[in-house]
Design a protein around this ligand. Sequence first.
Ligand SMILES: Cc1cc2nc3c(=O)[nH]c(=O)nc-3n(C[C@H](O)[C@H](O)[C@H](O)COP(=O)(O)OP(=O)(O)OC[C@H]3O[C@@H](n4cnc5c(N)ncnc54)[C@H](O)[C@@H]3O)c2cc1C
Length: 333
Amino acid sequence: MAPDHPKIKSVSKVFEKIASQEGFRLVGNVELGRDISLKELEEMYDAVIIATGSTVGRKLGIPGEELANSISAADFVPWYNAHPEYKNLEVDFSDQVAVVIGAGNVAIDVARMLALNPKELDLTDTAQYALDKLHNSAIREVHLFGRRGAEHAAFTSPELRELPKLEYTDVFIDEGEISAAQQRAGSAGEIPKDIKANLEAMAAIATADKKGVDRKLSLHFLSTPLEIKGEGRVEEIIFSLNEVKDGQVVPTGKTKSIKCGLVISAIGYRCLEMPGLIYESGKIKNTDGRIGASNTYVVGWAKRGPSGVIGTNKSDSSEVIKLLISNLTTPKN
Ligand SMILES: Cc1cc2nc3c(=O)[nH]c(=O)nc-3n(C[C@H](O)[C@H](O)[C@H](O)COP(=O)(O)OP(=O)(O)OC[C@H]3O[C@@H](n4cnc5c(N)ncnc54)[C@H](O)[C@@H]3O)c2cc1C
């Protein structure tokens, strides 16, 4: 999650409470599949719960994706969050323009981190090396692109509503784009509550007074990335412009080019595959969290796919644990 959301990070207090209970033991620096196999764990314990999340960023699958400074959010987010395995990520903020691809909360987090004034991060737990780099960043324009219309965006409205509150950044959305999305969404009947709230939040951004500052964040829709261009590193990205016809997103045949020095893709995650498990649509195959008829269970993003905030996954995991308890028969010893 983003370092400028310290309130959510206080979830660690729950872990501290659990860890202080008698019978709790943490064995760190152990990677399932590398240091120990699932089979070994199953032989040793009455039940095994896999909570390994979704850690691999989905690929755009377009030419130029492998250029230097074309980075997945799955690498960029742990880099600024001080994950030890990502601290050596090569990222260059020397160009004025950055592009973020994706229309979900991860894309918003990344775009906001690039667009805000880094002094807003000074009191957070952003990795010091990332903070130093962000303080020297030349980025002043961040463009976020979604493939479908604003009505299809996977943002949640609280994340959108905080954008106009950024003290040192102006946020732009084309007003016409939002009213067209509202019309399309309304043409099928009553607009679902979450979509309505999102579109209202986006309309508020579109019409909000701008501060006239040099840091800018713009949200664009109906744009599919076609190609990233550059001599060895990102210099430009080409988008196909789309429209919605009979409820389908289709290309208009027109393209748009943006000169930029950094592209971050935030188009979803999938599980890193481990031996001994079956995967389906990027997540571990399970029935209500149970893997086959075994005493092995899966929770969180590894179970559900990369959706939902901590609260959603917490309540879902509680249901899995109830199932685990009801299935536990004779303990091993
Ligand atoms: C960029 C971003 C921003 C987010 N912001 C918010 C937010 O503001 N608020 C909110 O509520 N939610 C937020 N979320 C969602 C939240 O992170 C998820 O709901 C939650 O982390 C899912 O929990 P999990 O336990 O399934 O996976 P994770 O929290 O990802 O935990 C998985 C753990 O397993 C470890 N692991 C992976 N593979 C192995 C292995 N083979 N062996 C041993 N360990 C392994 C990983 O290192 C990791 O520690 C955000 C997500 C992202 C990606």
